[in-house]
Write a protein of this length. Structure first.
Length: 408
């Protein structure tokens, strides 16, 4: 009995509310969708067919927004709203856009499928508990309604355990139907797959553009405050050396030699700073491709890294740069955060995709947003249509995979 009570309280209040309140909304939406499909079929041969469908599909979009709010508020499932329809000039052009809108058609499908789910949810949350109460109390109802003495028969023995068993199954049924409603809303009420992919790419490219803008500003600041200042100091030193070479009876050769040595040192420092600033723009080691760049990169890692490469074709330059900097970031994380004693880097191309995997035997627990830069790395990969997958259970091992298309 305690387990039954625990299961009942484990179900969120919103799930009970969705099962009860969602029934009239599901019935209204299902009736609307079926009526639209039926009437649209009948009117398709008349001049009223297309205007009717345009108005009905606009209404379906509105009902989809209502269901998204209901699912978000009661089930806690945030479904991203699809993009608004474009508004071209002309009534006919706008009608054509509405008729070709995949979001509206998918919403109609959702309303049709939501109807049986709504009925089942209401039955699980309301009708089934009432039936369980009737079954559990059946021996009492029977004796109260029928006169005369009654002995305990097989029906009395079966009803009470059956009612309790069904009562214990109610929370699981409510949770299962709530999960089905969440999945249906995610699948059909959000943006279409192509729209979602376009939006993800736009967001990733906007993020990458902002990062590149910040990087250019930092480069400009470093050149202004660092390299330019060194060049000014070098120019002053050369000017002093030029003054020391002026025709005088006894030139100070020691001072001249010190100025030349200072100029040489300032030149070396300026060259080193320029190399540091330009290292992140386009690594020269990539001139020979990833097959040469990745072994050179792992050779500088403080953690021993085994390299396995299978790269029969070179990816596009943008993909190579993304993979190289991804490998550099992941190996840096291995050295700084993992506590690993050994790591492995694998890169291979197959089926038009290139996959980079970094595995280590460290403590695990790596995740996006934990200070390891993985969130930013995933965003930069998304800008070139790549994905980052993280498998890092506590205690390790950590396996992080970056997958990108070979050609953009």
């Amino acid at each position: 009995m305690a387990e039954v009570v625990r299961r009942w309280f484990a179900v969120r209040g919103g799930e009970w509310g969705f099962a009860v309140v969602g029934l009239p909304v599901a019935v209204a939406g299902g009736v609307y969708a079926l009526a639209v499909l039926y009437a649209g079929t009948l009117l398709s041969l008349t001049v009223l067919g297309l205007p009717f469908l345009v108005a009905a599909l606009r209404g379906a979009r509105g009902l989809g927004a209502l269901h998204r709010r209901l699912v978000g508020r009661l089930l806690g499932e945030r479904v991203e709203a699809p993009a608004a329809l474009p508004r071209p000039a002309g009534f006919v052009a706008r009608g054509r856009v509405v008729l070709a809108d995949p979001v509206a058609w998918r919403t109609l499908l959702y309303l049709v499928l939501r109807l049986p789910l709504g009925v089942l949810g209401f039955a699980a949350a309301v009708a089934l508990p009432l039936g369980c109460g009737w079954l559990t109390g059946f021996p009492l109802w029977r004796r109260a309604l029928e006169a005369g003495p009654h002995g305990v028969d097989r029906l009395d023995v079966v009803c009470v355990p059956l009612g309790l068993a069904l009562l214990a199954a109610v929370p699981g049924a409510v949770r299962a139907l709530s999960a089905a409603n969440r999945g249906l809303a995610r699948l059909l009420l959000g943006p279409a797959r192509t729209q979602r992919r376009v939006r993800e790419l736009e967001t990733a490219r906007a993020t990458l553009l902002a990062e590149n803008t910040d990087r250019l500003r930092r480069l400009e600041r470093d050149l202004h405050d660092g390299t330019q200042a060194r060049l000014v100091a070098l120019a002053i030193t050369l000017s002093l050396a030029d003054d020391a070479l002026a025709p005088v009876p006894h030139p100070d050769l020691g001072r001249l030699r010190a100025l030349v040595d200072r100029a040489r040192g300032q030149t070396d420092e300026t060259i080193a700073e320029l190399r540091r600033l330009t290292r992140g723009i386009n690594p020269p080691v990539l001139d020979g491709g990833l097959a040469e760049a990745l072994p050179a990169l792992t050779a500088t890692s403080p953690v021993p890294v085994a390299v396995r490469l299978d790269l029969p074709e070179r990816p596009d330059p943008a993909v190579e740069r993304a993979l190289y900097f991804c490998a550099a970031e992941l190996l840096t994380n291995v050295a700084k955060h993992s506590g690993a004693r050994a790591a492995e880097l694998t890169a291979r191309t197959a089926g038009g995709r290139v996959r980079l995997t970094v595995r280590d035997d460290g403590r695990g627990g790596a995740a996006a947003g934990t200070g390891t830069g993985l969130s930013g790395l995933a965003g930069r990969l998304a800008a070139v249509d790549g994905v980052l997958r993280i498998d890092s259970p506590p205690g390790g091992p950590t396996v992080i995979t970056a997958e990108l298309p070979v050609r953009l």
